[in-house]
Design a protein. Structure first.
Length: 161
């Protein structure tokens, strides 16, 4: 008995479909309810971190929060790092709001009473704190060493002021 070309083609298609269906998972264990499906997200995701609050200054009393004043006073300033920090201050255009010497614009936003620990300052500059994106700098604009230099510069301003 001779099969027509159409019937042979259909028979080959059917055999291929059966072969592929039979090969599709014979050696794989059955999925359980605890299996976690793979993510479809093509990029990494990160957990939300609550922004840090900016340091609170009492301009009327001239007092800094406890502990922060001790850390700031214990810091030994390096003139080279202070100079580099001034460069970061200028590059980030901090003087547009805080004045060229940190005195603030019209007495507002003064950095002369700056008091914060270095770690809190760097965290604040990464997150923006309550001030939002106007004070949020990623490491491509403000590196960790640049943050430390800027901190040294701000402490030097506060000590002069």
């Amino acid at each position: 008995m001779m099969l027509s070309k159409v019937m042979r083609f259909a028979l080959i298609q059917l055999l291929m479909a059966l072969a592929l269906a039979g090969c599709g998972g014979a050696n794989q264990p059955a999925a359980t309810a605890t299996d976690i499906p793979p993510t479809l997200t093509p990029f990494p995701t990160f957990a939300f971190v609550e922004p840090t609050k900016p340091p609170v200054f009492d301009a009327t009393s001239g007092e800094t929060p406890a502990g922060e004043a001790d850390a700031e006073q214990a810091l030994e300033l390096d003139p080279k790092l202070v100079d580099r920090g001034r460069g970061r201050f200028e590059a980030l255009a901090c003087g547009d709001c805080h004045g060229d010497n940190g005195e603030g614009i019209d007495g507002d936003k003064s950095l002369l009473d700056f008091a914060s620990s270095e770690d809190d300052f760097i965290t604040f500059m990464r997150s923006g704190g309550d001030l939002g994106t106007s004070h949020q700098f990623s490491t491509d604009r403000l590196s960790n060493s640049g943050s430390r230099n800027l901190y040294q510069y701000l402490v030097s301003i506060a000590r002069r002021g």
